[in-house]
Design a protein around this ligand. Structure first.
Ligand code: MN
Length: 318
């Protein structure tokens, strides 16, 4: 069975040398492994892909990426540098690596231009952003120019967590273990995705495709309540009920949620054409991810869709 992994991180070596990962809540041994593997492509990454049967990793710049920058000019230059680096990595192993572009959404017009260059000149397959940019969420009208370009180029936007927090939540006071991938990343990214849906982004850009990781950041399990409570609102500007955009404009990957119950639930809510495989390398175990998928309680043809067919169609890889 062919395997395409959709959320696979890398770092620019000079950036990681200046700012290595240091999460205090993570074990130092894991941090060392992640710092090593983020900048490696051939010593550990490809051998692990070979060992566990991953045919293609779709690479993307790790957190916080361009969303960690505040100066628009620097964001534009760093996006170009990251995308050129990524294109060179892919050129050395074109059958094994594909990539999502970094985009400088500090300047939406420049982001649209860089996306066009990344797709048409460098051959990248879409864009990945680490949540909001400087507290700006992409339902704001200023980002319409970027959504237009995504739709025109027919490539997806992967909305990944991990921007520096836009504000402080009282909810988190005294509970630092909730911050990051344990809870806040999923909650923030799910909230951002709901802003896009409720803000009418997919009414204005019906061809646009958004990808959420981590089994859709929990949203597949909230759709029924979203619809029933949206129906109670006095103002309902959407053309469709909120859940209708999920599985159509909004697709998900399984990254880091190794639960067959969650997988079958997401497929039941979104349809089997809207769920794709991902590992979240190097933060997750390739072995665990592949074992999770291979042992999933799915019909053979559905397994093929999740493993590679849906991703290949979305990214036009075949
Ligand atoms: Mn990730």
């Amino acid at each position: 069975m062919r395997l395409i992994a959709m959320e696979e991180a890398f770092a620019l070596p000079d950036v990681l040398a200046r700012r290595p990962l240091t999460r205090t809540s993570t074990s130092p041994e894991l941090i060392d492994v992640w710092n090593r593997r983020l900048v490696d492509f051939t010593e550990e990454r490809l051998p692990l892909m070979d060992k566990y049967g991953i045919d293609v990793q779709v690479l993307s710049l790790t957190v916080p990426g361009i969303q960690g920058l505040t100066d628009p000019g620097e964001a534009v230059a760093e996006s170009r540098r990251a995308n050129d680096f990524l294109a060179e990595v892919i050129a050395r192993h074109p059958d094994r690596f594909k990539g999502f572009a970094a985009v400088p959404l500090q300047d939406p017009r420049a982001a649209a231009a860089e996306l066009e260059r990344a797709v048409n000149v460098l051959g990248l397959s879409g864009a990945l952003v680490n949540d909001h940019t400087g507290g700006h969420y992409y339902d704001e009208p200023r980002f319409d120019v970027f959504w237009d370009k995504l739709a025109e180029l027919d490539v997806p936007l992967y909305l990944h967590p991990g921007a520096p927090p836009a504000d402080q939540w009282h909810l988190l006071k005294g509970r630092p273990e909730l911050v990051g991938p344990v809870w806040t990343w999923g909650a923030e990214t799910a909230g951002h995705a709901l802003r896009l849906v409720l803000g009418g982004v997919f009414d204005r850009h019906p061809q646009a495709r958004l990808v959420l990781g981590h089994m859709g950041e929990g949203l597949p399990f909230h759709l029924a309540r979203l619809d029933s409570r949206y129906a109670c609102q006095s103002d309902r500007p959407l053309r469709r009920k909120p859940s209708a955009y999920f599985g159509d404009n909004v697709l998900v990957t399984v990254s880091g949620v190794w639960s067959h119950a969650a997988l079958t639930g997401a497929i039941a809510e979104l349809g089997v054409d809207a769920v794709m495989f991902a590992v979240d390398y190097p933060y997750e175990s390739t072995e665990t991810a592949v074992e999770f998928l291979r042992s999933a309680p799915l019909a053979a043809e559905d397994l093929e869709k999740v493993a590679h067919l849906n991703a290949a169609r979305l990214l036009r890889l075949n």
